[in-house]
Ligand binder design. Structure first.
Ligand code: MGP
Length: 335
């Protein structure tokens, strides 16, 4: 290769990376450096303190003092399989809201199968990085946004433990403000994913979860609209008792009378955990998994079932709503 050509390639790489970061995001492997550079800002001063204190590091063998979180701690290896062997960081809120690893891994694989050429994924409420990390296993550029600097810190630290921090860029900010001020629109995302706050473990208080009233920081219609501003391919992880009629109405209102939303009910160890709601053509026409993959998956499921006998003894109320409206497709991962 001629010297001139090489320089051109190097320059191109440099330009691409600058575009990718859009100066808004900080690289997950460089949060310490970024925090020091921006220490005039209170959030970054907090970040420096968290880093210096190695805050929120989990001691896997030590049960949590907060009794309400005990059931989540008991299932800690489902949240992060590396929790015993690597440093994992969690705030109280993350214990009940982080997506269990097997589910996050399923989703990342699913998106990869639907969009094999995709490169850039945005995880809107990245929390402790459960989804961000699994996306980074499949895609080269993953962006995580969260309103909490503690969550940004946990995502970065957890991503470092999983060895994928080189593919992750993070930003703290309120979703409403970031969208209204068009802070994220410089980058062209192939897919926008979000597992928004459901309002804590009380989300099951009512049989049917009101997606307009209780979803934070905005109802499902506004949320969908805001996600679609950044990509035509959108996925949300929502409560298993979500009102599917509201989902249909939001879909039609935002995308037109014939638009569809695909809903996947996600079970782990036989228990419903939530639903993946998907908007975008690519999620409707994917190839079903090969027999080999299905066989491997079912043997993995069996392993997972025997892992937690306590859970299987528990009788669980699984209320789901149904809709006659054909704008919602319902699938059950367990067949
Ligand atoms: P869960 O329903 O609180 O627990 O959370 P469990 O043990 O499945 O069921 P229960 O019948 O004993 O209550 C199940 C999963 O839902 C969690 O692992 C998270 O992935 C997700 N989840 C739960 N909550 C309360 C939230 C939330 O507020 N936000 C988000 N994004 N996910 C949540």
């Amino acid at each position: 290769m001629l010297w001139g050509q090489q320089t051109e390639i190097e320059e191109k790489i440099f330009v691409d990376l600058t575009e990718v970061m859009g100066r808004t995001f900080i690289h997950a492997s460089k949060i310490k450096h970024a925090a020091r550079k921006r220490k005039h800002h209170s959030n970054f001063r907090t970040l420096i303190k968290l880093l210096n204190n190695d805050a929120y590091k989990i001691e896997s063998s030590k049960p949590l003092k907060n009794g309400k979180l005990f059931k989540y701690w008991r299932n800690r290896r489902r949240l992060f399989s590396k929790i015993d062997s690597a440093s994992i960081y969690m705030t109280d809120e993350l214990w009940f809201s982080v997506t269990p690893e097997r589910i996050a891994c399923f989703l990342a694989n699913f998106v990869k199968a639907c969009m094999p050429n995709a490169e850039k994924i945005l995880d809107v409420f990245c929390g402790g990085g459960g989804n961000t990390i699994q996306f980074a296993m499949q895609f080269p550029y993953v962006y995580g946004v969260d309103y909490s600097i503690e969550h940004i810190y946990c995502t970065a630290k957890n991503a470092q433990s999983y060895g994928v921090d080189d593919r992750i860029w993070l930003k703290r900010g309120s979703w409403k403000k970031l969208v209204s001020k068009q802070k994220l629109s410089k980058i062209k995302y192939d897919c926008v994913f979000g597992s928004p706050p459901w309002g804590g473990p009380e989300y099951l208080r009512n049989d049917v979860y009101d997606l307009e009233q209780h979803l934070k920081p905005m109802g499902i219609t506004k949320m969908l609209k805001s996600f679609l501003k950044l990509s035509p391919n959108v996925i949300m992880f929502l409560p298993r008792n979500s009102d599917l009629n509201q989902l249909s109405r939001a879909t039609r209102k935002v995308l037109g009378p014939f638009a569809k939303c695909k809903v996947l009910y996600v079970k782990e160890n036989g228990y419903m955990k939530g639903i993946f709601c998907m908007w975008g053509e690519c999620f409707f026409n994917y190839e079903p998994a090969s027999t080999e993959n299905s066989r491997r998956e079912s043997s993995e499921k069996e392993e997972l079932s025997s892992e937690n006998e306590e859970l299987s003894k528990r009788k669980k109320h699984e209320s789901t709503t149904t809709t006659k409206d054909n704008t919602v497709d319902i699938y059950d991962l367990n067949g």
